[in-house]
Write a protein of this length. Sequence first.
Length: 381
Amino acid sequence: MSARTRSDVAVTRWPPGAIGLTVVTVLLMLIGLLMSFSASIVDAAQEGDAFGTFRRQALWAALSLPAFFVASRLPRTVLRRLSWPLMIGALLLLVLVVVPGVGVTRFGSTRWLGFGGFVFQPSEIAKLAVLLWLADVLERKRPADGSLLTTEHLLIPAAPTLLLLGGLVMLQPDLGTTVLLALIIGAMLFVEGLRVRIIVGALMVGAAAVAALVVAAPYRVARIRGWLWPEQFPQAEGFQLMQSWVALGSGGVLGLGLGSSRGKWNFVPNPETDFIFAIVGEELGLVGAIGLILLFLTLLLLGLHAAFAATPGYDRTLAFTITAWVVGQAFVNIGTVIGLLPITGVTLPLVSAGGSSLLVTMVSLGLLVNVARWPDERAVR
């Protein structure tokens, strides 16, 4: 604290970057509450409670907001101590999901655990766990002079971890989350200095593995057909994408109006989760859709600014990886909805309905704000 007075520290504790990240995060969460309510009301009403999905999402939001602010203030020592039990807990939960008769099955996949009326998705916890755990492990292995880790030191913890977590998630099966785990680990290795040629090689191997997984499962082959030639299968595998396009096109420039979607009336599948962006485009139009994309781009810019301003090492790795994960997931979701990418079942962060996803994303962004609050840790702490 010698380099700055206490009053200086109090002023810089919430610099503009941290405030900007907080505003964008809360705004996206509020948009998500509004749009998930609008998108889910038809399906929820058919299940007997038109406000059921919204109430659950609002409850998760009420839990997530204080969790966000707690994460934004956690000391690094506490955060790093928590990473190991969190990782062990995530692994145990992923194993528990695939135990016959224990996991909750929905839409043909067993990805959830339930206790009474409380249901959550352990793979969401695994994203945060691997982020914190691997960042801590790499920081422990970092040379005392602060130089970059060797390729062996980077790959030895990262590759087995990805194989273990990815294997457990694929048993559910959940290819989309497996890809996101690879994105998180890959982004961390990139910022830690892994050679580009190795990353390119890993991407090629990963693409080949994904292709093999697609060919091995007929329903995934159907998804690829529905992505490449949706017009040829409008009532089968192309139905999801075709209905998404219809909803987006119906919105025009200004949209049909909030709550006026026709696609959510059993046309657009999973309108409150995987395809909520189609409902945004239909109800709020091109203006609303572009506005949402601009919010994620703002999150990207603010996150990168926080990463580059952070102390090299643990803080920078954490900030860069969280930014790459959340924004990358957002654009994977948007890419599937508009047809640029095959459908993977990846949700839109902070906007899609889903309690465990919202909580984990809010905590992760709280950690990003935590880094942004202390851009010059060595001079302040």
